[in-house]
Design a protein around this ligand. Structure first.
Ligand SMILES: [Zn+2]
Ligand SMILES: [Zn+2]
Length: 576
């Protein structure tokens, strides 16, 4: 047990505390200090990931509350080096540091890459030293000055200076304290000739690096990292809609972000290339652990490109399909972003196949109105029906909420033959519109007659009535259940009110509408029945109160549900 152990200063490295111990004790040789501290003569004086911590902790007076794990977490670079690592790796590294397996720590981290930027000469910040002298009367080595990704002091944003203590050769077995000899005023900076914008970038990185020491975050698996970076890159607009990253653009944007600062960071560049192509590998599958410096750099870049969270709010988002009964309901969970020069574009795709886009302008915060992008495959039959029913181009365009030109294009895509090539959607007497798809008519004189084919309303009525029953069937088949109403039927294939407005011309259809429309009561009955069947299938207890609650009904409906339950049980018995 040690009789004395120095006070530990804020952010002080264990290496530094042990160096001060040696100095304070005035021991004649390092070997003697090593024996007192570790119970062995030769210990490698690693400032970043020291070993034999268990032996040391056992010798520190218990009143100091410096257990091995606490030493590792607060006085070494362990939290930094094991950030973005799995629980498994963290435990292995911690174990190696505690028992000391002589050099196995880096091996546990699993990567030669982790050698990049490992400090070979301890660093300091002149401003920090002045503060130390004032507050504590002596100097010490800080943890956050020895991080490979910290080239400036996180606190003072000044370039760090390189002290005279070399951590190689015979000095590997000595703990050398910070003082005016090892931290001379005129010590060179870690990097030279750095422009101000680059210092700003380096400062951001240093702050993020130091933050890892206090909070390395939860352990993370390679799979989770792959998913995280993939979705983060999606939001930067550097990926196409199918999620593939445009590597060339990514590379360029990354270089631009660091404005020439890349060669100054350790292990980042080899010549003009990213060492080992690490940047490209970062947005592919994460198989092996990567240096925290790389994570921090990519995250800093991604943060700068991110649109500031979700400009279109949290999903799900509404579907805008004018043909769908769920129109206006928040059913869209697929939204992808890409960047289009100064603004962002969100592409919203519903499971019904309908897709629309919205723009977001970060400078004004404005979100543009939804813009049609695609109907699903279901459009083909609907469009065919409308064409067959003699609807005009203009009517269809209004119904689909797109311009007539797009209707023509879609009709062509679905191979639907129309007579619209000669059709104008301008009303008679109105000035001729600027050229659109409809203005390509080779024979303008025929336009009138083509636009207004005399309609055979009897035939149309029969067709519409059939469609009404079809629509009702489709609506009844939907889950969760939707009540079959006049509006719901009309919306399925036409506009709201399309049939009712033509009631006098469509008597058969009106009759059909009346037949298929559900009263509230019968809809509630259908919903209760559906609920019972589903609960039974899921082996849930068929209690009346449960059924009422699930079906969104109240006590008023108790007897109805009881009746349905009785029917259900009778059927079950009959079947058995
Ligand atoms: Zn400082
Ligand atoms: Zn939809």
């Amino acid at each position: 047990m040690l009789g004395y152990f120095p006070q530990v200063y804020p952010q002080e490295l264990l290496y530094s505390v042990l160096a001060r111990y040696h100095r304070h004790m005035g021991a004649p040789s390092f070997i003697q200090s090593m024996e007192s501290l570790f119970g062995r003569r030769l210990v490698i004086a690693n400032p970043d990931l020291p070993e034999h911590i268990d032996a040391l902790a056992a010798r520190i007076p218990p009143g100091r509350h410096l257990a091995a794990d606490r030493i590792i977490d607060t006085m070494t670079l362990y939290p930094y080096y094991t950030a973005y690592q799995s629980q498994d790796v963290r435990q292995q590294v911690r174990h190696a540091m505690r028992v000391g397996e002589d050099g196995s720590v880096l091996l546990r981290l699993g990567i030669a890459a982790f050698r990049a930027g490992r400090v070979t000469q301890l660093r300091f910040c002149g401003s920090c030293l002045a503060q130390m002298r004032e507050r504590y009367g002596e100097l010490y080595w800080r943890r956050d000055h020895q991080l490979p990704s910290a080239l400036v002091c996180p606190e003072h944003a000044k370039l760090l200076q390189v002290g005279t203590v070399r951590l190689t050769g015979c000095s590997r077995h000595r703990f050398v304290p910070a003082d005016r000899q090892t931290c001379p005023w005129r010590a060179p900076a870690v990097i030279q000739d750095v422009a101000t914008p680059i210092v700003e970038t380096l400062h951001r990185l240093a702050v993020a690096s130091a933050a890892l020491l206090d909070d390395p975050g939860p352990p993370v698996t390679p799979q989770a990292l792959t998913a995280f970076y993939s979705s983060a890159v999606q939001r930067t607009g550097l990926a196409s809609l199918n999620g593939r990253v445009d590597q060339r653009q990514f590379d360029q944007a990354f270089r631009h972000h660091y404005r020439g600062g890349l060669p100054m960071l350790p292990g980042v560049m080899t010549g003009s290339r990213f060492t080992g192509d690490w940047l490209a590998a970062f947005v592919r599958k994460h198989r092996k652990a990567r240096h925290p410096l790389q994570h921090l750099m990519v995250r800093d870049f991604l943060a700068s490109r991110d649109s500031g969270g979700r400009p279109f709010g949290e999903g799900p988002w509404p579907c805008c399909n004018p043909l769908a009964s769920h129109r206006g309901e928040a059913v869209v969970s697929d939204c992808r972003f890409h960047r289009n020069r100064a603004h962002w574009v969100g592409v919203f795709t519903c499971s019904c196949g309908y897709a629309y886009t919205r723009s977001f302008h970060p400078d004004t915060g404005k979100v543009g109105a939804p813009r049609f992008q695609a109907f699903g495959p279901s459009l083909g039959s609907v469009l065919g029906e409308m064409v067959a029913a003699g609807c005009s181009l203009r009517e269809i365009a209004r119904r689909l909420e797109i311009d007539p030109k797009t209707v023509l294009k879609l009709a062509a895509e679905f191979g639907i033959r129309t007579r619209w090539k000669a059709v104008s959607d301008r009303s008679p007497g109105s000035p001729r519109k600027t050229p659109t798809a409809v203005a390509r008519s080779p024979e303008p004189s025929r336009r009138r007659s083509a636009r207004c084919p005399r309609r055979n309303w009897v035939e149309i009525d029969t067709q519409v009535a059939t469609k009404v029953r079809e629509a009702a069937e489709l609506i009844r088949a939907e889950t969760p259940l939707v009540r079959v109403t006049t509006t719901a039927v009309e919306r399925r294939f036409w506009n709201r009110g399309w049939i009712c407005k033509r009631a006098t011309k469509l008597p058969v259809s009106m009759q059909a509408l009346g037949d298929v429309a559900e009263s509230l009561e019968s809809f509630q009955r259908r919903r209760a029945w559906w609920t019972i069947l589903n609960m039974d299938r899921a082996d849930e207890p068929l209690q009346v109160w449960r059924i009422l609650r699930k079906a969104g009904l109240t006590d008023r409906h108790t007897s109805m549900v009881e009746g349905l339950l009785a029917t259900h049980f009778n059927r079950g018995q009959a079947a058995a």
